[in-house]
Design a protein around this ligand. Structure first.
Ligand SMILES: [Zn+2]
Length: 435
């Protein structure tokens, strides 16, 4: 037996580079009392080379039935979080095929060193899926690599007194017996780690502004706090749309869980925050801005390899500083100089453009990433800098990118050689001075 693939060295044992998904349809039934999930996943796919084997990622749940193009494969085996299908005959490179997997069980987070746990997680009275970076296999069979983006249809049936939020637009709600089925369509391509389901006793509230619908999934008694911390999301979205280009999805939802959560997290078209983010202080508001900015940087424009995580976190962190200035808090430059001084006192063992899996979510990736953008902005001027950001999003919306892509676009838009700046900030160890 040949060994199983790893698509990205930062996520060992995840992803199969020999094929790509072109659509996921997930039909899920979830019992909150017993934490039992029953699902059918239909994955439309295309072979990227001649293949006789298809490997999917699926953790903890039991596979009941598998078909490929409507028929049983030659054989299938499910162990150690991998579902391995041996095909009856070769699928040639470029050919389409469809895999259907019926499965059930008690979902729980996936544990992967050095990242810890991620994925389907029970709350006191509900569920979140915090998929980044390796949690998607906790709830559906997938090709778990960030460069394989596809549209999704997600249908979830749960008890009637709960609200279900998933990615994309809510296209249907059907009541049947004691359950209610919520159907969502995520038309824009999405990486597997950004797929999510959120279930809780939420009231769905929509702001009355024009343009992109902004929703809150808010638990009992949290409306005043929601207004305190999230009340300026319309202004934020308008400001970011000016700075980065149009908001990339059809709606945006902030889910506020009744439980406290250690950190907020972005998913495609929505973000999740704990109830401990409702006092309206800058430390919370900055994360409201941060998660919203990920809709452009991370979700619409997604890294091809996890080593380029600064393309998500550095940009989202810089968006915090931008909103600080636009929203009447401290200036962007004040944040930059303060964090530069802080970073100058910290250890210098991190390479921004390849920090290693253990440090990919280190705070220095966020702050040095943001400082790289600030240094670039101070070098090329505001007009060119924001034109570069808007061109970056417009050109790569729905796709995947590398650090080299950003450097090449910067050279193209700016028209001068920036390799010295990028080498020092992205690949050097010492902290360069700000211009
Ligand atoms: Zn982030």
């Amino acid at each position: 037996m040949t060994s199983l693939p790893t698509a990205d060295p930062y996520l060992p044992g995840h992803g199969d580079p020999s094929w790509s998904a072109t659509h996921y349809a997930l039909d899920l039934d979830y019992d909150l009392v017993s934490n039992r999930l029953a699902g059918t996943a239909v994955i439309q796919a295309v072979a990227d080379e001649d293949i006789t084997r298809v490997v999917l990622d699926l953790a903890h749940l039991q596979v009941q039935k598998v078909t490929v193009d409507g028929k049983a494969p030659a054989k299938w085996a499910h162990r150690d979080h991998r579902l391995v299908l041996t095909l009856k005959r070769e699928v040639r490179s470029g050919q389409a095929f469809a895999v259907q997997v019926k499965y059930a069980g008690r979902p729980r987070p996936v544990v992967l060193a050095p990242h810890g746990d991620a994925g389907w997680e029970e709350l006191s009275d509900g569920v979140i899926v915090a998929g980044q970076p390796h949690g998607a296999p906790s709830w559906f069979p997938c090709n778990d690599r960030p460069d394989d983006k596809a549209p999704y249809s997600i249908s979830v049936t749960a008890a009637q007194n709960y609200t279900v939020v998933a990615n994309g637009a809510l296209v249907g709600r059907t009541r049947r017996g004691s359950g209610e089925t919520w159907r969502y369509e995520q038309d824009e391509p999405m990486a597997s780690y950004l797929a999510t389901v959120q279930i809780g006793r939420y009231r769905l509230v929509e702001d009355d502004g024009d343009g992109i619908p902004i929703l809150g999934a808010v638990p009992e008694g949290a409306m005043a706090g929601y207004t305190r911390s999230f009340g300026r999301q319309r202004e934020m979205l308008d400001y970011f749309s000016e700075a980065f280009g149009p908001y990339p999805f059809g709606r945006y939802t902030a889910v506020i869980t009744d439980d406290a959560l250690e950190i907020p997290l972005e998913s495609q078209s929505l973000s999740t925050f704990g109830r401990n983010y409702l006092t309206g202080r800058w430390e919370e508001v900055r994360l409201v801005a941060h998660e919203l900015a990920h809709q452009w940087f991370g979700n619409a424009v997604t890294l091809r390899q996890w080593k380029d995580i600064w393309l998500h976190e550095g940009f989202a962190c810089y968006a915090e500083w931008l909103w600080s200035e636009a929203g009447g808090y401290e200036s962007c430059d004040t944040h930059a100089r303060r964090h530069h001084a802080r970073l100058a006192r910290l250890g210098k063992d991190l390479v921004l453009a390849d920090p290693g899996p253990a440090m990919m979510f280190d705070d220095r990736v966020y702050k040095r990433g943001a400082l790289t953008l600030h240094a670039l902005r101070l070098t090329v001027g505001d007009e060119t800098f924001f034109r570069l950001l808007r061109t970056w999003v417009a050109r790569h919306d729905g796709g995947t990118v590398t650090t080299a892509d950003f450097e090449a676009l910067a050279a193209e838009v700016v028209g001068t050689d920036l390799s010295g700046l990028f080498d020092a900030w992205l690949r050097g160890l010492p902290l360069p001075a700000l211009p």
